[in-house]
Write a protein that binds this ligand. Structure first.
Ligand code: DAK
Length: 256
């Protein structure tokens, strides 16, 4: 299938999907979310594909977040609807996918970008990767499952610190916290990700699918995701939201 924002390369039973908007640091706009959703569904229904790798083009960013320029004018109800749709189309779909998924984090994984990586089953990052959920600095909160998936991975205290400070952390710190599974040298990222993929692919696809379901059953309740969606939507249209987004667009620090 031909896409505008992603590239799919299938090799040895692995679909390597590259988000390809390097000038915008691979920020997720609506079209990219929709293309990723389509390609992931196609892969999942193809039994010869035994693993999906998600990565970003270039060496600067995996994904620098949801496309801020696109959501700047959203109202509360649009924000709520779009977050709910995005969750269903991409983030929840990935997290509950039967085919195992690995995020190969080649640079910045911020906001929606880190939420995308956390929706994958495993994560490998390059040494220079930077990870964070800086949404509160924009006057919003993580809206694609970050408030639920981050505490599940690194514990509530660490997640509180990362989300409330909006701090961006190094790959080594992310490894220490359990946010990622491996750190590798930049030139080894693809090779190391394929080695990890092959370690999964030698096992029973049926058991992998059942294990993913069982592990995910312990995830935070649906109530948490619903509350995130509500609190996220309440940020839209506020003075803080307008200031946060304006500051980003004007390349200055926000004043709350
Ligand atoms: N969205 C749109 N454009 C982005 C972007 C983003 N998230 N991140 C970077 N870019 C663009 C920049 O605007 C710039 O474009 P031009 O000015 O050249 O046109 C280009 O990419 C290069 O970026 P910089 O010039 O800023 O590059 P630097 O090396 O100076 O800085 C950086 C790199 C990653 C530190 C910086 O770009 C940055 O701080 N980016 C934003 C990071 C961030 O705050 N990400 C979190 C976004 S909040 C929603 C659902 C979920 C969400 C929102 C809505 N709905 C359903 C409504 C989630 C929100 C987020 O993800």
């Amino acid at each position: 299938m031909k896409y505008n924002n992603i590239i799919s390369t299938i090799t040895g039973g692995i679909n390597i999907i590259t988000i390809n908007r390097p000038k915008q640091l691979n920020a997720l706009n609506k079209e990219t979310i929709s293309e990723l959703s389509k390609e992931i569904s196609i892969s999942n229904s193809n039994p010869s594909i035994r693993c999906i790798i998600l990565t970003g083009s270039g060496d600067k960013a995996f994904v620098a977040g949801a496309d801020i320029k696109e959501f700047v004018s959203f109202t509360k109800s649009e924000g709520k609807k779009l977050a709910r749709e995005g969750q269903k189309l991409l983030f929840d779909k990935l997290s509950n996918l039967e085919t195992p998924t690995i995020a190969a984090i080649n640079g910045f994984a911020l906001g929606g970008g880190l939420e995308l990586a956390m929706s994958c089953h495993l994560r490998i990052a390059v040494q220079h990767a930077k990870l964070g959920l800086p949404e509160v600095s924009l006057g919003v909160i993580p809206g694609y499952g970050g408030t639920q998936r981050l505490p599940a991975l690194i514990g509530k205290g660490n997640a509180m610190e990362m989300i409330l400070t909006g701090d961006i952390i190094s790959a080594d710190k992310a490894l220490e916290l359990g946010l990622i599974n491996q750190v590798v040298a930049a030139e080894k990222l693809l090779e190391a990700t394929i080695i990890l993929a092959k370690r999964l692919m030698k096992n029973s696809p049926n058991s992998i699918k059942n294990a993913i379901k069982a592990i995910n059953a312990s995830d935070s309740s649906l109530k948490g995701f619903k509350e995130e969606n509500l609190q996220f939507s309440l940020c839209f249209g506020t003075t803080d939201f307008k200031e946060g987004v304006a500051a980003f667009l004007e390349k200055r620090k926000p004043e709350f």
